[in-house]
Ligand binder design. Structure first.
Ligand SMILES: C[S@@+](CC[C@H](N)C(=O)[O-])C[C@H]1O[C@@H](n2cnc3c(N)ncnc32)[C@H](O)[C@@H]1O
Length: 195
């Protein structure tokens, strides 16, 4: 089964629009907690702005993305990274390996069942003290209403119960997508440390 479609357009058009976008501001929240070296996992790396940033910070980066077009762009832009074209649910994860995991706007493409199975495997792949950062969709997000995976805040906090929360921002507002379409956003931006 292919991964869920991009909510606005084709993935190819989405990636083309993302190439013109800057690094997401969440990385400014992640940076103070990054180790000087170590292993990072970018889940749903897209066109790789985050991958390039983490490489520049001295990390050894593995980028996972289900879309062949993303894997192609990543190989061109970030040949120093290990690029894996795979759905999250099909990816074997080594145990206690990663110092940093970033899932920027990517986990809500999973079904609840996939996430419930994937999340404990992801936590087991992180070292004690490792940093997790990423986004979860709130229930009022237009995409949550269209079938992408939204969560109530207590459920996100429950998933993060074995973490110390370092940054938490709930962002709910009318706005636009990277492709210029109007959208109601309801997103939780999180940086957390595995205890
Ligand atoms: C909205 S984009 C975010 C890209 C990037 N992290 C960012 O914040 O700009 C979501 C990315 O996750 C990937 N993706 C979606 N579902 C996936 C799945 N089930 N397994 C692996 N990658 C997936 C998409 O191909 C896409 O590159």
């Amino acid at each position: 089964m292919p991964s869920k479609p991009n909510p606005v357009s084709t993935w190819r058009e989405y990636f083309a629009s993302m190439l013109a976008m800057p690094l997401h501001p969440l990385y400014a929240q992640i940076d103070p907690y990054l180790p000087k070296h170590g292993k990072a996992l970018e889940l749903g790396a897209g066109v790789g702005h985050g991958v390039l940033h983490l490489l520049k910070k001295g990390l050894d980066v593995t980028a996972v993305d289900a879309e062949p077009e993303a894997a192609r762009i990543l190989s061109e832009r970030a040949p120093q990274a290990t690029i894996i074209e795979s759905r999250f649910k099909d990816k074997d994860l080594p145990s206690a390996t990663y110092d940093v995991v970033v899932a920027g706007f990517s986990l809500f493409f999973l079904t609840q069942q996939e996430l419930s199975e994937f999340w404990p495997r992801l936590l087991a792949s992180m070292k004690s003290g490792a940093i997790f950062a990423g986004e979860f969709l709130g229930l009022n997000d237009d995409w949550a209403k269209e079938g992408y995976l939204g969560h109530p805040e207590p459920e996100i906090r429950r998933m993060l119960s074995s973490f110390e929360i370092l940054h938490w921002q709930e962002d709910e507002r009318g706005g636009k997508t990277s492709q210029g379409t109007t959208k109601h956003w309801h997103v939780y931006h999180v940086v957390a440390r595995l205890r």
